[in-house]
Design a protein. Structure first.
Length: 173
């Protein structure tokens, strides 16, 4: 962000430099959204790398963690229907079938007959899958605490509230 005189504030970051360049080159445009959303994009990239690293340390891909954590959050007996997994992970049914197959091959989940539905199945987290997702989650939270380390607890809450407001139109819940 630049001051009225066109100077960058103390502690300027890469986004400030990008915004200043656009302001100089296209003074006819209101570039204010870049000051927020470019930082969100950059933060998302750093968070994605940190998450991938956390999951890789536990021999999991991001999509594996997503499916396993959905099952873990379901609580005992850690079971969900493939349809519920679709809803929580936002993938197609074909993709979910493939993912369940791959997780089952690794012994992280098992398919069980759905009670009361002879053709249906339930996906259940195995003990091996539960231990893996629990360890990955603990690692992830340690990394994310470090990422938020420069913010005071009240700042974290304010940021969470603002981001919730910003993302709520995209959430179907």
């Amino acid at each position: 962000m630049t001051t009225r005189q066109g100077r960058q504030p103390d502690g300027a970051d890469e986004v400030d430099r990008i915004v200043a360049a656009w302001a100089r080159e296209r003074p006819d445009l209101d570039i204010e959204p870049l000051t927020v959303l470019s930082r969100v994009t950059r933060l998302a990239r750093h968070l994605d790398l940190a998450r991938r690293g956390s999951f890789a340390r536990h021999d999991l891909d991001t999509w594996e963690f997503d499916v396993l954590s959905a099952l873990r959050r379901a609580g005992r007996p850690y079971q969900l229907s493939p349809g519920a997994l679709l809803t929580q992970t936002l993938v197609t049914s074909g993709t979910m079938t493939n993912r369940i197959d791959r997780l089952a091959e690794r012994g992280l989940v098992v398919r069980r007959p759905a009670p009361g539905d002879r053709r249906g199945v339930i996906v259940e987290l195995t003990d091996h899958g539960r231990l893996g997702v629990d360890a990955a989650m603990a690692d992830l939270l340690e990394v994310e605490h470090r990422l938020l380390g420069t913010l005071a607890p009240t700042e974290r809450q304010t940021l969470a509230d603002l981001l919730r407001r910003l993302t709520s139109p995209f959430d179907s819940v």
